[in-house]
Design a protein around this ligand. Structure first.
Ligand SMILES: C[S@@+](CC[C@H](N)C(=O)[O-])C[C@H]1O[C@@H](n2cnc3c(N)ncnc32)[C@H](O)[C@@H]1O
Length: 417
């Protein structure tokens, strides 16, 4: 069965209509002529699993990554960046019911400051597209940059020299499970975190990565396929640092940080531009990315975040930058009062705002709300409710995730008069 890809869906798959059926074909571009041989049904969508591109669309650009189409990390490397932005703008605009533009990422390769590389009996790399157990063996990751190649070479040497076993997810056996690489793009500092099952790590381990700023060994004794564990030991620095504009942040292996440092500079600047008044509540403050940046600009900031470790990092970062921002451990649904703040900054997890917090906002009515979200659908849903008392003053998208269909939305709301 053959057809021509008409458009892209919001996951970045090409949509082709053959007869009365609509197929979604991964890694295709509008204008590609494709043959679909096999497919599976997922949430009422027919997704092609066996297909052939018969004629390539003139729109295509050559992907920079040799593993593209096998690796599950990127979906859009074959599309010109303007097309990627258009897809993201369409996705965000439809979700929030407003026409928005998406601010491009300053870099579209080498922008990621973190990769979580699977170490498995199937290979050392990323999960193969569509599987949870296989891994595509990689030498480096162009979306992260050259340091990934250096670390993976050292890792392979270490494995070979010490005949170390690799983890099998199906059998829950083997020692080495993940290596997480993080890099401060503006500081040049590098962190390597090796995650293993329980066992003995050869003491020569840190010698293989002596060029790194910070070297960690973490242990995950569970069956869960996660890239973190209990810190067993570290060598050299406890943290690495990243700088966004004039603020320096601490990064620890177990703490979140915005994954695109170049995009994050745009993000913090934009949030600072939208904030009004003096007193700001940074809700879901994480490691203080917005809070510390805003405090440095003279706002009086309080932050609330559920993860105690992130709060500790935010406090350390505030101290490092000599700013007076106060971060509390707490939950969105338990916020006592919003009355003391002129602006409320919201950056919730993908699930969006807790209904109790929405009710509190509508009742206590802070003058300005700046809502940052990496999930257009929950952003759209929450926005609908907030529009009962608020109007949109500004809305835009920001690309934090080049080569993927993801998009960050930012909306400034003002209380209706
Ligand atoms: C998208 S992140 C934002 C982090 C922060 N703004 C940053 O850029 O570093 C969402 C944050 O919400 C926190 N979180 C999740 N559930 C929460 C809850 N119920 N109450 C408060 N914070 C929560 C997470 O721990 C995470 O740090």
């Amino acid at each position: 069965m053959q057809g021509i890809v008409e458009r892209l869906d919001f996951e970045g798959m090409g949509v082709v209509i053959i007869g009365k059926r609509e197929f979604h074909v991964p890694f295709t571009a509008p204008g590609d002529r494709v043959e679909v041989r096999k497919w599976r049904k997922k949430k009422r969508k027919l997704i092609a699993t066996d297909f052939n591109i018969i004629e390539e669309s003139p729109m295509r650009v050559p992907p920079k990554c040799p593993y593209f189409e096998r690796c599950g990390g990127c979906a859009l490397q074959h599309l010109p960046y303007e097309e990627q932005l258009e897809l993201k703008a369409k996705r965000l605009s439809e979700s929030i019911g407003l026409d928005v533009d998406v601010l491009p990422s300053p870099r579209i390769y080498g922008h990621r400051n973190r990769i979580d590389v699977v170490i498995s009996t199937h290979g050392i790399g990323f999960r193969r597209k569509g599987t949870w157990w296989e891994a595509v063996d990689i030498d480096w990751c162009p979306v992260f940059g050259e340091a990934s190649g250096k670390v993976l070479r050292s890792l392979r040497e270490f494995i070979e020299d010490h005949a170390l076993s690799l983890y099998s997810i199906r059998e829950n056996s083997g020692f080495l499970r993940y290596i997480v690489i993080r890099e401060g793009k503006f500081t040049g500092e590098l962190m390597v975190n090796l995650v293993t099952s329980g066992g003995r790590l050869p003491e020569e381990f840190p010698n293989y990565f002596e060029y790194a700023t910070s070297i960690y060994w973490s242990v995950n004794r569970t069956k869960s396929d996660v890239s973190y564990g209990d810190v067993e030991r570290f060598w050299k620095s406890e943290f690495i640092r990243e700088r966004l504009d004039d603020v320096v942040y601490f990064i620890h292996p177990n703490s979140f940080f915005q994954t695109n440092s170049y995009g994050a500079v745009n993000l913090v600047k934009k949030v600072a531009e939208l904030v009004e008044g003096e007193r700001v509540l940074d809700m879901y403050s994480g490691v203080g990315t917005f809070g510390v940046y805003l405090a440095k600009r003279g706002f009086s900031v309080e932050g609330i975040e559920v993860n105690p470790f992130a709060v500790e990092m935010a406090r350390k970062t505030a101290e490092l930058n000599g700013v007076d921002a106060t971060f509390y451990i707490g939950e969105d649904r338990d916020v006592e009062s919003l009355k003391d703040y002129e602006t409320l900054v919201l950056d919730p997890p993908r699930a969006g705002l807790h209904p109790k917090l929405i009710r509190k906002i509508l009742k206590e009515q802070p003058e300005t709300v700046v809502y940052v979200s990496c999930n257009p659908s929950t952003l759209g849903k929450n926005l609908k409710e907030l529009l009962e008392k608020y109007r949109v003053e500004e809305a835009l998208g920001l690309d934090m995730f080049p080569q993927t269909p993801h998009v960050e939305g930012i909306i400034k709301l003002k209380l209706k008069v």
